[in-house]
Design a protein around this ligand. Structure first.
Ligand SMILES: [Fe+2]
Ligand SMILES: [Fe+2]
Length: 139
């Protein structure tokens, strides 16, 4: 069974941002399936590398969207991105050092990130876009 299920209240742009988020959901589910089958430790090293690459790429895209929109809370949002990437790198180092709980820690980190960051920070981009649209229509 999937560990993390995409929910409608996570939708932002029905476009590239949602696609990236859905890919992250898929990756966390892959890790969970492997962990349940006792292969978590085997796949976590490769998955971490892929995750870091796709996350950095996603963040770049998302921050570009925010800049284009003139989104006013970019700094705080960026700080949350930096924290997450740092956490991923810290887990990669732990994995390289032979820590055997990295798969479980990564699952928790990703679940929290997807659930909390998207709902708290990424959704705020949508709120801002909607406000902007409203002001434009009103003008
Ligand atoms: Fe995001
Ligand atoms: Fe974000």
């Amino acid at each position: 069974m999937a560990y993390f299920i995409w929910a409608n209240d996570m939708a932002i742009d029905h476009g590239p941002i949602d696609q990236d988020h859905k890919m992250l959901v898929e990756q966390v589910n892959q890790l969970h399936t492997a962990t349940e089958a006792g292969r978590g430790q085997q796949v976590v090293g490769q998955l971490l590398g892929e995750l870091i690459r796709s996350t950095v790429e996603h963040i770049r895209r998302e921050e570009q969207v925010m800049r284009q929109l003139g989104y006013p809370r970019l700094k705080q949002h960026q700080a949350s991105h930096v924290d997450f990437v740092n956490d991923l790198h810290a887990l990669q180092q732990k994995f390289a050092a032979g820590n055997i709980t990295v798969a479980a820690q990564l699952s928790t980190l990703l679940r929290d990130w997807l659930s909390l960051h998207i709902r708290r920070y990424d959704r705020d981009i949508l709120t801002f876009m909607q406000e902007k649209r409203r002001t434009k229509t009103a003008a």
